[in-house]
Write a protein that binds this ligand. Structure first.
Ligand code: ATP
Ligand code: MN
Length: 467
């Protein structure tokens, strides 16, 4: 009878002297005339288990079938390892080859391991050490996020992916339709007749679950969403995806300061979780690509984020330019939206720690943000991080129906599609706040990767939707 499989992660913790069965993919095979050494990985850990095979007439034909990438099962004795690197190894007695791997055609060759190349074989890149580590970190962090909110009594609300509200980001939305594009039904004005479309109106993929999140918060108190988000912004940057995941907590009775406190504690807790639970993977990424990664992660946990008004931020940036300390591609003055280069100057050069910027001009922020007394600024807050720039965007929400309606009119938005949202202000309105954390931006920070396409398994970007 075949014994049951043990994962490599567990094997490496076990005492020598037992019979074990490991299954996985061959990372390398080497050896001499007498013995072969196979490094086997099964995805449970960044570490491989070493398999030692005696070469003889029985094993030679099997070894001949085994090359990098092949899938095998190995039964044998777990013995103390004489070589360095691991405590135990498997002395093979019985090897099953599940799948051979053609060494010539296998897409993961030593000769090209650039991230760019690996993106072109994104269907195979999870087999690399680097992407194994990233996938595991992604999974762990998703768990950590749910854990954080659940342990604090937040309710996980599922907000729709298909939406008829174009309140946010019109023009940035992917339309959802079953109309025949070769024969679109038209109304009297010659425009597409959406009454004939699947939902009887124009619909798109969501750019944020916030508005629906507010419906949850104004009933359940503290809620969060965590789901796919879609933005058709044609920006080919290392920080933007067309499909990404966003975490959006929304809390009744939180003002902007409570919101900032939560954002800071949340992010610090996640980074702490990563260091405590995923250290092997982080250490691998640190040693391989980015020697300052662990230091940066620890730095964030142990520092108080700077809290700064937008107006002061602009003054600092203007002064830096005037003093010749920096030149920016995009000019800076009060009223402009900050570009990543500006955000990173504040974080990396001026303060050398994360910054939460508040009090943005109302004209560059969304209609629902709470208006300040000055009539010019709103209670927005962006959390700015080293190497990334904006990682979180949020605000206290405008709770007053009249102010909200006035703002909607000023922006010449249609109130009609927003009546359901305005009902939260009409019936038992309450002060509340929330924010959105881009899951991949968080992962960029935690993995130290520099391109957002490398922290999501199957990136969707302009002109790219392979697999
Ligand atoms: P940016 O200015 O960086 O484009 P934004 O201000 O448009 O971001 P928000 O609408 O505030 O973004 O969304 C909240 C969070 O979602 C951002 O802070 C960021 O972490 C993340 N995010 C936004 N757009 C994208 C995108 N295209 N790809 C990945 N993450 C994104
Ligand atoms: Mn933002």
């Amino acid at each position: 009878m075949e014994i049951s499989r043990t994962k490599v992660k567990d094997l490496l913790q076990m005492p020598a002297g037992q019979r074990v069965l490991a299954k996985g993919w061959v990372r390398t095979k080497r050896g001499n005339k007498e013995i072969a050494f196979i490094a086997l990985n099964d995805g449970s850990t960044i570490k491989n288990v070493q398999i030692v095979v005696d070469k003889n007439a029985d094993t030679e034909p099997i070894l001949a079938k085994i090359s990098t990438g092949a899938c095998i099962g190995v039964e044998g004795n777990l013995v103390e390892s004489v070589g360095s690197g691991q405590a135990v190894e498997i002395h093979a007695e019985n090897i099953t080859v599940y799948g051979e791997c053609d060494p010539v055609r296998y897409p993961l060759q030593k000769k090209d391991t650039s991230f760019e190349y690996l993106r072109s074989v994104a269907h195979m890149r999870p087999r690399t050490n680097t992407f194994g580590a990233i996938y595991r970190l992604r999974s762990q962090m998703a768990f950590a996020i749910h854990d954080y909110f659940h342990s604090r009594g937040f309710v996980y609300v599922h907000t729709p992916l298909i939406t008829a509200s174009d309140a946010e980001g019109a023009g940035q939305m992917f339309q959802v339709t079953t109309l025949d594009l070769n024969n679109v039904p038209k109304n009297k004005k010659g425009q597409p007749d959406y009454s004939k479309d699947f939902f009887g109106k124009m619909t798109s993929l969501t750019v944020s679950g916030q508005l629906e999140g507010e419906l949850g918060a104004t009933a359940l108190g503290e809620v969060y969403t965590f789901g796919p988000t879609f933005r058709a912004e044609n920006s080919n940057t290392p920080r933007h995806l067309a499909e990404f995941w966003m975490i959006e907590p929304e809390m009744a009775f939180y003002d902007i300061n409570d919101n900032m406190d939560l954002a800071e504690d949340f992010i610090k807790s996640l980074v702490k979780y990563a260091l405590n639970n995923c250290y092997d993977d982080i250490k691998f990424l640190n040693d391989r690509y980015d020697n300052e990664l662990i230091e940066r992660l620890e730095g964030v946990i142990n520092t108080e984020f700077v809290r700064l008004e937008y107006t002061e931020g602009i003054e600092i940036l203007e002064k830096a330019v005037a003093d010749g300390k920096v030149t920016f591609e995009y000019p800076i003055s009060w009223g402009v939206d900050l570009q990543s280069e500006h955000e990173r100057y504040l974080v990396e050069k001026h303060f050398n720690k994360p910054v939460i910027l508040t009090g943005y001009p109302k004209d560059i922020k969304a209609f629902y943000m709470k208006q300040n007394e000055d009539g010019k600024t709103v209670r927005a807050m962006d959390v700015l991080f080293p190497k990334i720039g904006e990682i979180i965007g949020g605000s206290e929400r405008e709770a007053s129906l009249t102010k909200l309606e006035k703002r909607i009119d000023e922006l010449q938005m249609s109130r009609k599609g927003l009546e359901w949202y305005l009902d939260t202000r009409r019936f038992g309105s309450c002060p509340h706040s929330g924010f959105g954390l881009g899951f991949e931006r968080l992962l960029l920070f935690i993995t130290g990767m520099s391109n957002i396409r490398d922290v999501i398994p199957f990136p969707r970007t302009p002109k790219n939707a392979e697999y």
